[in-house]
Design a protein around this ligand. Structure first.
Ligand code: FPP
Length: 256
């Protein structure tokens, strides 16, 4: 085993993953901005595609641990509406990773009862990817376990604009009156309809921005910005973030 791999194995040995009982309070819904794949690749003198590939490995581990901890929902930002502006090679690599991810993970996720939802406009994705995404949503649609939301071609403003359009159509057709447009009615038009609000948002790599992610759902979220690059984000880092969340006092605007 190369020295680096040995070090990683030893480190993971030293810090066994925490279990549900180890936490005083866990979030119901975790959101992740998996940032830093490009910088990780550069640091290791590798192409950016390798950074994303390593990022998917991290994601796999994080999904497993989230499920083991019994957290209700996990939402990950895999491809934003802005990411189309990257080079065709990088966009192509990310599109391929989507196919690879579902090919290798769907059986295990389905067996564990994970329900997959895609947030975003699938219709702009290549046909093969659309098919795979619809298949994953359909196959896992009745599952009762972890809600795994994967944001692809997603933007928070676009999601809210779409919700406004859906509501306007209902008013126009007479299905509802303008005064029926409440927060609850709008929430039902979001991709995450019926799911709890985000309790904890984690963005890796030290960047402190929301980048148009889950604008509505993060209204009362706690934010954490670990400096670690996403491919290096370990289960110990995740447990540390979840522990930090447990220590935060959440007031939801009230005076406690
Ligand atoms: C940000 O890092 C990350 C992305 C734009 C893509 C994240 C995608 C994955 C981890 C894999 C795809 C997911 C699935 C489900 C197949 P960056 O490239 O902006 O990093 P940088 O800021 O260091 O350049």
């Amino acid at each position: 085993m190369p020295v680096k791999g040995l070090f990683r194995a030893l480190r993971s040995h030293q810090a066994p993953a925490m279990t549900r009982e180890d936490f005083t309070r866990l979030p119901r819904h975790v959101a992740l901005i998996m940032d830093g794949n490009g910088r990780w690749a550069k640091k290791h003198k590798l192409g950016v595609a390798m950074g994303h590939r390593r990022g998917v490995e991290t994601l796999r581990n994080v999904i497993r641990h989230t499920d083991d901890l019994g957290i209700e929902a996990l939402t990950v930002y895999a491809f934003s509406t802005e990411n189309w502006k990257r080079s065709p090679e990088e966009v192509g690599a990310l599109m391929q990773l989507i196919l690879d991810f579902f090919a290798s993970e769907i059986d295990e996720l389905d067996e564990k009862g994970v329900r997959i939802t895609i947030l975003g406009d699938k219709s702009a994705m290549p046909i093969r990817q659309q098919e795979v995404l619809v298949e994953a949503e359909t196959r896992t649609g009745d599952n009762q376990g972890l809600r795994l939301n994967i944001a692809l071609n997603y933007g928070g403003r676009a999601e809210l604009t779409r919700a406004a359009q859906l509501l306007a159509q209902k008013v126009q057709s007479g299905e509802m009156a303008p005064e029926d447009i409440t927060e609850e009615a709008l929430e039902k038009c979001l991709y995450t309809a019926g799911q709890p609000d985000v309790d904890l948002m984690i963005r890796t790599s030290g960047e402190m921005r929301l980048s148009n992610f889950l604008l509505w759902q993060c209204a009362y979220a706690e934010f954490l910005f670990p400096t670690v690059l996403w491919p290096d984000f370990s289960i110990a880092d995740y447990d540390a973030a979840l522990t930090a969340f447990g220590g935060r006092e959440r007031r939801f605007g009230k005076r406690l």
